[in-house]
Design a protein around this ligand. Structure first.
Ligand SMILES: [Zn+2]
Length: 104
């Protein structure tokens, strides 16, 4: 089995927890689990989704967010500009992700 440098397309069937917070504020937050390692991640974002081109077709630009834990693409968001979180918000995100997604 060879590991390619090309990123695999994310399979649409797979479920990924994601929660948008502060949608009504200039800077919103999104809490999600890494696609690959389920690490809780929080990111701040601002602005509206940007329309661009994807394989020659008009499409919303997807912003890739790298997981600080496993360094793979944790998620792709169709938001505006993504403001990187820091390591403090990182552990916060893990807690938030836990309470948001794991509580029942
Ligand atoms: Zn990860």
């Amino acid at each position: 089995m060879t590991k390619s440098d090309e990123e695999e397309e994310l399979a649409p069937e797979r479920c990924q927890h994601i929660q948008f917070l502060d949608c009504d504020k200039p800077v919103g937050r999104v809490v999600f689990e890494c696609w690959h390692c389920q690490q809780g991640i929080i990111c701040e974002y601002t602005g509206e989704p940007v329309m661009g081109e994807y394989f020659g077709r008009p499409s919303l630009i997807q912003v890739k967010i790298q997981c600080p834990n496993c360094e793979q693409t944790a998620i792709r968001l169709t938001t505006g500009e993504v403001l990187k979180g820091n390591s403090d918000s990182f552990s916060l995100a893990a807690m938030m992700a836990h309470s948001l997604f794991k509580s029942d």
